[in-house]
Design a protein around this ligand. Structure first.
Ligand code: G3H
Ligand code: ZN
Length: 287
């Protein structure tokens, strides 16, 4: 069922677990994530960057595709279509198109402007029953054209944003988009704990889920992280599986040129990755 992410994440926060957000890029990605979530009986958040939405045709195309798949594939678990790192204008368009959740990423603005813009998005989204994620501090690295400088979030600023009535909060705590460098210092749990104490019952979001060691994920969940975003890891396994298909020259065998055959190994690889990551957040590490 298509739902906002508010209830899903409140339940996760209270239950001491986290829900996975897996980003989608096309039909194969979406189908692989939905089918695996149904098989695992796990709620799921489909993350859609502005770039990915544009690539797929636009926000309306995304909503139509996800709704169609939920119906045709008999998906019964809770599914949320969530705008990932949305701009102010992008968030408004996604709300209009029927996304059930939006992230307004105002981390590039100074805190007062971030607050002002987040407030407007909260009012608009909540008037339509849509959940809102906001961001304070910034996630280092780049995701689909959105770059961050890796600034640690200020717990006081987190409180100011949380007080606007947002549904969940992304805070920069040393997490990075893409692959982590070998000299990465790890997540800053002191800051995370301060944020948790200041924001009280606010479900927190951990971006840059690719490659974070298991013990850090587990500790984050114990400190209030209720949503973990994974994107690059699915892209890496998709690339590897597709590359192998061509290296083994399967495209030259029989009807190996059929796009459905070409995309099948990558599809299976995404399913496997989502399965690996889902119990990871959902069952295995219930605190
Ligand atoms: O917003 C999406 C994520 O933060 C994904 O990060 O690509 O490093 O897994 P990742
Ligand atoms: Zn992110």
């Amino acid at each position: 069922m298509l739902v906002s992410a508010e209830k899903m994440l409140q339940e996760a926060f209270k239950g001491g677990y986290a829900v996975g957000q897996f980003n989608i890029n096309n039909l194969e990605w979406t189908k692989a994530i939905l089918l695996t979530s149904e098989e695992e009986k796990s709620p799921v958040i489909l993350g859609v960057s502005e770039g990915a939405a544009k690539y797929m045709g636009g926000y309306n195309t995304v909503v139509g595709m996800v709704k169609g798949m939920i119906k045709d594939l008999d998906i019964t678990v809770d599914v949320s279509i969530h705008l990932d790192h949305g701009s102010f204008e992008g968030a408004k368009k996604a709300i209009e198109a029927g996304f059930t959740s939006v992230m307004f990423d105002g981390s590039k603005y100074d805190i007062d402007e971030n607050i002002e813009k987040t407030k407007e998005i909260v009012e608009l989204a909540h008037s339509k029953g849509i959940s809102v994620e906001a961001e304070v501090g910034s996630i280092s690295g780049e995701e689909d054209g959105v770059e961050g400088i890796g600034e640690l979030a200020s717990p006081d600023e987190c409180k100011r944003i949380a007080d606007l009535g947002i549904d969940f909060l992304a805070a920069g705590i040393g997490n990075i988009h893409g692959r982590y460098p070998e000299n990465w210092k790890g997540l800053d749990f002191e800051v995370l704990e301060e944020i948790k104490n200041k924001t009280k019952n606010m479900p927190l979001v951990l971006h840059g889920g690719t490659g974070i060691p298991e013990d850090m994920i587990k500790k984050s969940i114990s400190l209030g992280v209720s949503k973990i975003n994974v994107n690059t890891e699915c892209q890496l396994v998709f690339q590897e599986a597709t590359r192998k298909y061509f290296e083994e020259k399967k495209d030259l065998q029989g009807k190996g040129y059929d796009p459905r055959k070409i995309l099948a190994p990558g599809f299976d690889a995404i399913k496997e990755k989502v399965r690996e990551k889902n119990p990871y957040f959902w069952i295995k590490w219930k605190r």
